[in-house]
Design a protein around this ligand. Structure first.
Ligand SMILES: Cc1ncc(COP(=O)(O)O)c(C=O)c1O
Length: 386
């Protein structure tokens, strides 16, 4: 376990829900206070003295965690907003060999925000959605996904880690196949960033979105978008605004607006500055510890959860190979929903989802003692429920 003393919630709770909302470090209070004082004492000077800078500090810290080039990651309020930036930058009227190139490929295991967004987008631009079904609710065989990507596909928009099961998807294979067919790939990394080590350059993706409120311990409102260097300057997002242009301070409506360089052109209006102040300490803590250490610790703990679940003959709805899953283990049994309520009442914070069961997610600040408390509380509940 690492940096436990930095996380106040661990003084009173057994906190095992980092797949949903990572714990907040104590230092975040000072960062938010800094934001307030800059505003209260400096007024508009705050922009030049800190608020502009937090945009690139945040983006570059995320870039370091993802092993992406500095400058290739910009803040987005959330993943859905990142989808909009990307979707608006593509040409949905392209033809390929006489056919329209307007297919969006996704799977049946994306986070729920994907469906309303991409369905709405498809309706607006006349695109078609192809949804590749999971057979087991845990993952989608890579071959099955690749078979759906053809030369009518414009975009593959899929998760790096499925939120429902924690299964890691082979996005590199998806990117290679999609590029051979002339399609773009957008990875949703919300459930990967901060828990699965990665090198975004090696994944060969065009776009990658995510956010801070899970494994990055940064709270809501501080999402991000990565755009591959070779792709960004070729695209021109239509969902644009003054933060996405090269010359915002000319304030001249007659100007032909030139897009900003690189990923910056995917920004639009004023970003959520307080959310970035809230996020920076959590994100920096993850960066300080490093993903290799976080992953090694996580694998030790998640392995032990699977062993204990097997010993109790619970269903494990997460890949059994630790290298094929993130930091979450889903365990299911008939009373899982009421057991979750009892655990939470006893101060053991986990959550429940239908078709997943109890989702248990230790992070770098948890240790074996936390898992021992989880199991003893659960066993106690199951004995009393007999
Ligand atoms: C995989 C994944 N994508 C996206 C989101 C959230 O989307 P948004 O940032 O648009 O709220 C979540 C969970 O909150 C998620 O697990």
């Amino acid at each position: 376990m690492h940096f436990r003393e930095r996380f106040p919630i661990l003084e009173s709770k057994t906190y095992l829900a980092s797949h949903s909302l990572g714990a907040v470090p104590r230092e975040t209070a000072a960062s938010l206070d800094r934001y307030y004082r800059e505003w209260a004492e400096r007024g508009i000077l705050a922009w030049d003295e800190g608020w502009w800078k937090i945009l690139s500090t945040f983006g570059n810290r995320i870039a370091d965690i993802l092993h992406a080039p500095r400058g290739s990651v910009v803040p987005m309020e959330n993943v859905t907003r990142g989808f909009a930036a990307v979707a608006s930058s593509l040409d949905w009227s392209t033809k390929s060999g006489g056919k329209s190139r307007n297919k969006i490929v996704l799977t049946s295991l994306e986070f729920i925000t994907s469906y309303p967004f991409w369905q709405g987008w498809a309706e607006m631009v006349g695109a078609r959605i192809v949804q590749v079904e999971s057979d087991d609710g845990i993952g989608v065989p890579t071959e099955k996904l690749l078979a759906a990507i053809d030369d009518e596909t414009l975009l593959v928009a899929t998760s790096h880690v499925y939120f429902r099961s924690g299964a890691i998807q082979d996005l590199r294979a998806v990117a290679r196949h999609a590029h051979a067919k002339g399609a773009y790939v957008l990875g949703d990394g919300y459930q990967a960033a901060g828990i699965v080590p990665m090198n975004l350059r090696d994944l060969e993706l065009d776009f990658y979105v995510g956010g801070s409120h899970k494994w990055l311990c940064g709270g809501p409102g501080a999402g991000f978008l990565y755009v591959c260097d070779g792709v960004a300057n070729k695209l021109r997002p239509k969902y644009s605004g003054w933060f996405g242009i090269a010359n915002p301070f000319e304030y001249d409506p007659a100007t032909r607006f030139a897009p900003a360089e690189g990923a910056m052109r995917f920004m639009a209006g004023t970003p959520a500055v307080p959310a970035l102040y809230a996020a920076i300490e959590g994100v920096s803590t993850v960066a300080e510890l490093g993903l290799e250490k976080i992953r090694a610790h996580s694998i030790t703990l998640t392995k032990s959860i699977v062993e204990e679940a097997d010993a109790r003959k619970f269903a494990v709805k997460t890949p059994r190979d630790p290298h094929a899953r993130s930091g979450m283990v889903c365990i299911d049994f008939p009373q899982a929903k009421v057991a979750t309520e009892a655990l939470v009442r006893a101060g053991v914070i986990v959550d429940y989802r239908p078709n997943c069961g109890i989702r248990v997610s230790p992070h770098f600040y948890n240790g074996k003692d936390d898992l021992a408390r989880f199991w003893s509380t659960l066993d106690g509940f199951l004995r009393s429920a007999k």
